[in-house]
Each structure stands twice: as structure tokens, then as C-alpha cells.
Design a protein around this ligand. Structure first.
Ligand SMILES: C[C@H](O)CC(=O)SCCNC(=O)CCNC(=O)[C@H](O)C(C)(C)COP(=O)(O)OP(=O)(O)OC[C@H]1O[C@@H](n2cnc3c(N)ncnc32)[C@H](O)[C@@H]1OP(=O)(O)O
Length: 720
């Protein structure tokens, strides 16, 4: 079958089976909808057809609308690119059809696919089918009846939970709620669906048009109460995102004025939302995350990943135990190595606490923990497929561990480091197997943060990179593959984030104002609270590394050392910029202000000795434009393959707000020229730290977006 096809087969029982096929997950394109409409119309007109069953090919109903279509429409500013099926196909052809249409569901039934299924007269599902309306994740609302039919089928409270949280449910839960009429084993799906469709024709089963139902909506008063409460909640939980409020407004209108009115209103709002910046950012983020594994040479020449079944993690501290947790949860056996039994016990207890914190079923938690074994020497390393070093950022220690690991492991074993900053060539200097050395940079907490930065040197083999990318997928992380340099892609790009925050404080800006503004921008916490959380030791160590590699743009702030001297270590001892007390939120600590004053006195960077006066908007830009500037250098140096990888890294690794599309996407919405001229101005006022990079200057002057491909990275230019 050609891509984007639908076939029709009419059986002896007079049931027409329409099969949607668009591998791998049968996403719905304009061509599929056209063909579906054509075949449904034909089936309705044929005398030998009594009823219709819709099914997806290969045990998957459908992953919903093809999200690429959204991006194409957004770029072209043309709504007609997105198939308009809500009224003509879903209401007129399917729901109001003269013959019953039954949806046979299996695998993913997401977004527009669930909307399609809800417009049918019954839904039969295989066990463990996944039902979800994830549209809000893309910055829109369902555009084909989802906001109207779902509440009518399962009631408002549950529908709001599924819609506002993009919560996925199984067919079993769907059956209890009334979304699914019957759950059957996969092998019986088609048989039961056919019979169900025939039963509808003779009224043995009800013929239900969900748009016309009101029985599950409750009274108007009840409906208003539920919606009002949800509106108050999303004001707090979905700041800066219009789609949640819009979704509730549309549902409300459907409840007041009826299902058909709801459908029309939904379509109108969907079409407005899809062109808003939020949706553009979220669609970009969705597609960029799926593009990170498309790597020339590594996975486009039929290379196959080798199985990685057993991994040694060296170091049972916060990072090591987090990595071990992520691996055992992904069905990979782990040897956790520490230097003595006391540290080992601590590490194992941390893994256990991590697992407990995830609230898994007892069985799942126990199975995961059975995959963990603690060791204090290298004797069992001869059985591992990969070793990940996760000790503190001490070069000599890392070099020794790498040399010992190389001796103890089998020759195929991948030798990975979780260093966040140090050049991998230095880490692996004392080993012979340079082709097996790779960076596996996890983000803290490693069992929760979804990013894995895979760092390759000039010598790392493509096989090793592919193996690690596959491990990432197994443990549900998004991998980005980057080249080797101090800080790699993520920490290097975001080093100026805390640097500029420190520079601003030393220029006289209040720390808590900065944290508040960065929070309003969409980061979960500001740079100072983040530093409190991570502990100052990490920041001091990375600043040392960065100042060696990038001395021209490192701001040496004495503030962290002053805080440490004053007995403040951040959250770990309850005292940092904020006060941390058990059971209450962190509170700004005014007793930190004299320490900050001391730092200002020592750096003496305030022009004329007076705090600078800048607007809130400018503060956010002064913190984030230096990040964009470094991202430009990272692109220019060819550290990442494509700009969108930096967008993914900034969202998944640094919690940059996903609805802003990532650091480069956001900068392009502002314009390279504005970023450049702002940095140029600040560099004249406040020094070299802000000096725009050559790459940024060139793109700004030539009017080229920062996301446009780099024709030749600077390191390639240098080798000419
Ligand atoms: C108007 C309507 O209301 C609007 C809508 O329908 S919006 C669309 C809603 N749908 C979604 O958001 C679905 C998102 N997709 C997913 O959650 C998952 O991909 C899935 C559960 C369907 C399958 O997961 P899994 O089996 O792990 O496979 P996964 O690797 O993610 O996907 C397989 C391929 O399909 C692609 N894909 C999946 N869903 C897609 C979609 N909706 N659009 C475009 N591509 C999609 C993936 O990018 C991937 O491509 P690749 O092979 O080139 O890497």
C-alpha cells in the first residue's frame, strides 16, 4: 500500500472494513482523510454494505494528525494546509451516516484519531490501547470535536483531567468511563467490531451519536462549578499558555449552546491558537525532539545497535545513583561501584529512595531493584557492556578510573564519562581505546530529567554513539549527540546564564528580582534558587574550567566563595540566597544582602559606584542574550549538528520553557539583529562579557535566522 492509504474490503457479512495505513504509526494526513471520505461515501451507497468498521494497520489505530502539517501551516501562515474534517467528515459523513460506523481501536489512539473514533457510533478496543487527547501539549485544543464529544461520553471532571493534563488512559479505564464500549483481546478485535456494527443495524446494540448526548454533563449549575474551578486552577498551573483557558471556554460554550455549536466554536479557536507563538514553539519542540536521532553516518547506513544489557556505574553519589536508577528502571542490570562499603550502602539507599519517590507498584519497584548490585572492586566488570564514570569533577581521579576500567572490562565495553564540563580527550588520556570513549552526560536528577547529552570525540566510533543512543531510548531519554569541548553543548551554552545573573547582581540588581523575572519568563526557578539547589561547589568547579577555556567571557564573581565563607551552602544546609525549612517553600533571606554588598564592593563594577537602572524586560534579556550568544558560538564551532538540537537541549536539560520553542527558536522570534545590537550596547556599557560573537554579528547583519544551517563549522574552516 502506498504511503497515506486507506483500503476497503467488504466481507460476506456485509461489513466494510476500512484500514488506515501510514507506517509507522498511521498518522492522519490530508490524503488519508480524502480517501477515508471517498470510501465511506462509497460504502454508504453500496447495497452490499450494511455497516462499516474503521481499523488501523499493524495493530496501531493512529498517532493522530501528522504534526508536520501544523509546522507547514505555521510557516506558510496558511490554515488550509491542516485538513478541515470536523464538520464535513466527522459530523456529516460519519456521525450522521445512515449505516453504523464502529471504530476498532488498538495501540495508540491519539488526538485527531481519538476524535475520529468518538465520531463513530461505537468503539471496541484491544487490551492496553492508549487513548489520549494530547493537543494542549502542542499549544492548541482538539480541533475535530474532542472538546465537545469527550465530556459527553465520560462526564466533565474526567474529560477535563484528560484534556488539560493531556492524560493518557488505557482501554480498560476508558471502558469503565464510557469512552470504550468493549475491551477484547487483540486477536478478537476485528471479529467483535464487525458483529457490534451488525448488532447496531438491528438495534441489538445502541446507535449512539455522542454529539447529541447530554446525560453525562450533569446540570448547568454542576457544569459551571466544575469549569469555574478548573479555570482558577489553570491560571496558576498554565501561566503564559493560552490553550488551557481557551479549552475551558470552548467546553463551556458547548455545554451552554449544544454540541454542534461547540464543534464550530472549537474549530474557530483551534484555528486561532495554531498561529500563536505558543503553538509554534511547542510544535517546533515536538518535531525537534524527534529529529535528534537523525544522524548522518551513525544511523543512516544500516548500522545496527549492539545490545547493552549490563552497565557498571562508578560512583554512588547523587549523579551515579540517579543514573543507576534510570538504568534499572529501563530493564538494564547495573553494577554500582563505590570505594568502600559505607559509601556503597549510601549509594544503594539513594537508589532505593529514588525508586520509592516514583510511586511505582511494589512489583515494579522490586523488579527494578533486583537489577541492582553493589560492588567495591572491578572484579565483575568483565561482564559489562558499558561503564559510566560518575565521580566528582577531578581530572586525575577520572583519568585513573578510566585506565582501571579499561583494564577490567571486556574489549567491546563502552567507556563513558558523566562529566558535565571536562574535555573527554583529557578524561581518557591514560587509556588505549580512544574509540570506545564517549560522554554520557545526564542531568540531575538523572532518573527524572529527560535529556542525555552524548559527547563524541574525533576518535569515538559511530557504533558506540549508536549503542548509547539506543540505551537512551531504552531508558526513555531524548539523546542529543554533540562534539567534544569544555562544557559540551548544554553547559557551555548555559554557562553565561548564571554568569550574567552574577554580573547583574554585582551591577546592583536585586537577586530576588532576577529570580522572579526569570520565573515569570517560564523557567521553573531562577538562577539563584537553582544555584542553592545544586550546591555552590558545582558552580565554583565549573567556573574554574570555563575560565581556563573561555577567559574572554568569564565573569569572576567572588559571591559564591563569600557565601561559603559565611556558612551558606545552599539548600543542603538550609541557608543560601533563600532559607529552607522543612515543609515550607524557600523564603528569600534578607540576611544574605550584606554578603552581596561585600561582593559588589570587591568587584566594583557598578558605573560610578551606583546600581544600574534597567527595566524588567531588559533584565531578562541581559540574562538570556548572552546564552544565545554562546549558543551561536556552539553552532559556529559545529558542536551540534543542527540548531534545533540546542532547542531540545535547552528545554529538556535546562528547563527553558518549551512553549518558547527553545533558545535558538526563541531568539529567532525576537530577531538576531535585536539580540546583536543589545549585546553590542551592553558590551560598551558593562564590558567584554556581553561582546557579540562573530557568528551572531554576521547573521544579524545579513538578516539570516540563527537556526539556518551552518554551511561550514569554524573547526572545519580552520583545518582547510
Ligand atoms: C486536530 C487534532 O486535534 C490534532 C492532532 O491530532 S495533534 C496530534 C496528536 N498526536 C500526538 O501528539 C502523537 C505524538 N506521538 C506519540 O506520542 C508517539 O509517537 C506514539 C505514541 C504515537 C508512538 O510512539 P513510539 O511507538 O515510541 O514511536 P515514536 O518513535 O514516538 O514514533 C514513530 C515515528 O512516528 C512519528 N510520529 C508519531 N506521531 C506523530 C504525529 N502525530 N505526527 C507526525 N509524526 C509522528 C515520530 O516522529 C517517529 O518518527 P521517526 O520514525 O521518523 O523517528
Amino acid at each position: 500500500m502506498k504511503e497515506g492509504g486507506v483500503t476497503m474490503e467488504v466481507g460476506n457479512d456485509a461489513v466494510a472494513i476500512l484500514t488506515i495505513s501510514n507506517p509507522p504509526v498511521n498518522v492522519l494526513s490530508a490524503a488519508i482523510f480524502d480517501r477515508l471520505k471517498e470510501l465511506l461515501t462509497e460504502a454508504m451507497g453500496r447495497d452490499d454494505v450494511k455497516a462499516v468498521v474503521l481499523i488501523g494497520n499493524g495493530g496501531k489505530f493512529s498517532g493522530g494528525f501528522d504534526v508536520n502539517i501544523f509546522e507547514r501551516a505555521q510557516k506558510a501562515g496558511d490554515i488550509s494546509i491542516i485538513p478541515d474534517v470536523s464538520v464535513e467528515l466527522f459530523v456529516n459523513v460519519i456521525e450522521d451516516a445512515k449505516k453504523p460506523v464502529v471504530a476498532a481501536l488498538e495501540g495508540p489512539v491519539l488526538g485527531g484519531a481519538l476524535e475520529l473514533a468518538m465520531s463513530c457510533h461505537a468503539r471496541i478496543a484491544a487490551t492496553k490501547t492508549q487513548l489520549c487527547l494530547p493537543e494542549l501539549i502542542l499549544g492548541v485544543i482538539p480541533g475535530s470535536g474532542g472538546t465537545t464529544r469527550l465530556p459527553r461520553l465520560i462526564g466533565l471532571p474526567k474529560a477535563l483531567e484528560m484534556l488539560l493534563l493531556s492524560r493518557s488512559i488505557t482501554s480498560e479505564e476508558g471502558n469503565k468511563l464510557g469512552l470504550v464500549d468493549a475491551v477484547v483481546p487483540s486477536e478478537e478485535l476485528l471479529k467483535v467490531s464487525r458483529q457490534w456494527a451488525l448488532d447496531i443495524t438491528v438495534r441489538r446494540k445502541p446507535w449512539i451519536r455522542s454529539l447529541h448526548r447530554t446525560d453525562k454533563l450533569g446540570s448547568l449549575f454542576e457544569a459551571f462549578t466544575v469549569i469555574k474551578k478548573a479555570k482558577q486552577q489553570v491560571k496558576l498551573t498554565a501561566k503564559n499558555m493560552p490553550q488551557h483557558q481557551a479549552c475551558l471556554d470552548v467546553i463551556e460554550e458547548g455545554v451552554i449552546y449544544g454540541g454542534y455549536h461547540g464543534i464550530l466554536k472549537e474549530l474557530k479557536v483551534f484555528r486561532e491558537l495554531v498561529f500563536q507563538e505558543t503553538s509554534k514553539g511547542l510544535v517546533h519542540s515536538f518535531l525537534s525532539q524527534r529529529a535528534t536521532t537523525k544522524l548522518p553516518i551513525v544511523n543512516d547506513i544500516g548500522r545496527k545497535p549492539r545490545p547493552v544489557k549490563k552497565v557498571a556505574v562508578i560512583g554512588g553519589g547523587l549523579m551515579g545513583s540517579g543514573i543507576a536508577t534510570a538504568l534499572i528502571l529501563g530493564d538494564i542490570s547495573v553494577l554500582l561501584k563505590e570505594i568502600n562499603s559505607e559509601y556503597l550502602l549510601k549509594g544503594i539507599k539513594t537508589v532505593e529512595a529514588n525508586i520509592r519517590g516514583l510511586e511505582l507498584t511494589d512489583d515494579k519497584a522490586e523488579k527494578a531493584l533486583m537489577r541492582l548490585k553493589g560492588v567495591v572492586d572491578y572484579s565483575e566488570f568483565k561482564y559489562v557492556d558499558m561503564a559510566i564514570e560518575a565521580v566528582n569533577e577531578n581530572i586525575a581521579l577520572k583519568q585513573k578510573i578510566f585506565a582501571d576500567t579499561e583494564r577490567a572490562c571486556p574489549p567491546h565495553c563502552i567507556l563513558a564519562s558523566n562529566t558535565s564540563t571536562i574535555d573527554l580527550n583529557i578524561v581518557g588520556e591514560k587509556t588505549k581505546s580512544k574509540d570506545r570513549i564517549v560522554g554520557a552526560h545526564f542531568f540531575s536528577p538523572a532518573h527524572i530529567m529527560p535529556l542525555l547529552e552524548i559527547v563524541r570525540t574525533e576518535k569515538t566510533s559511530s557504533q558506540v554513539v549508536l549503542d548509547l543512543m539506543t540505551v537512551a531510548k531504552t531508558i526513555h531519554k531524548v539523546p542529543i549527540v554533540v562534539e567534544n569541548c569544555t562544557g559540551f553543548a548544554v553547559n557551555r551554552t548555559f554557562f553565561p546564564y548564571s554568569q550574567s545573573a552574577h554580573l547583574l547582581v554585582n551591577l546592583g540588581i536585586d537577586v530576588f528580582r532576577i529570580d522572579r523575572l526569570i520565573g515569570n519568563f517560564g523557567f521553573p526557578i531562577g538562577p539563584f534558587q537553582l544555584q542553592d539547589l545544586a550546591g555552590y561547589g558545582v558552580a565554583v568547579a565549573t567556573t574554574k574550567q570555563f575560565s581556563l577555556s573561555y577567559p574572554d567571557r568569564t565573569f569572576e564573581s567572588p559571591l559564591l566563595n563569600l557565601l561559603i565563607q559565611n556558612g551558606r551552602n545552599g539548600k543542603c544546609n538550609g541557608k543560601g540566597y533563600y532559607v529552607y525549612e522543612k515543609g515550607s517553600k524557600p523564603k528569600p533571606d534578607s540576611s544574605v544582602l550584606p554578603v552581596i554588598e561585600e561582593s559588589r564592593r570587591l568587584t566594583n563594577v557598578m558605573p560610578g559606584g551606583k546600581p544600574i537602572s534597567v527595566t524588567d524586560e531588559e533584565i531578562v534579556k541581559m540574562i538570556l542574550f548572552p546564552v544565545v550568544n554562546e549558543a551561536c558560538r556552539v553552532l559556529d564551532d559545529g558542536i551540534v549538528i543542527r540548531a534545533s538540537d540546542l532547542d531540545v537541549a535547552s528545554i529538556l536539560g535546562m528547563s527553558f520553557p518549551s512553549y518558547r520553542g527553545g533558545v535558538i527558536f526563541w531568539a529567532d522570534t525576537i530577531g538576531a539583529d535585536h539580540v546583536y545590537t543589545s549585546l553590542e550596547k551592553w558590551s560598551k556599557l558593562y564590558g567584554n562579557f556581553f561582546r557579540p560573537s562573530k557568528f551572531l554579528e554576521e547573521r544579524a547583519k545579513r538578516g539570516i535566522p540563527l537556526s539556518a544551517p551552518v554551511s561550514m563549522p569554524s573547526r572545519a574552516r580552520a583545518s582547510l
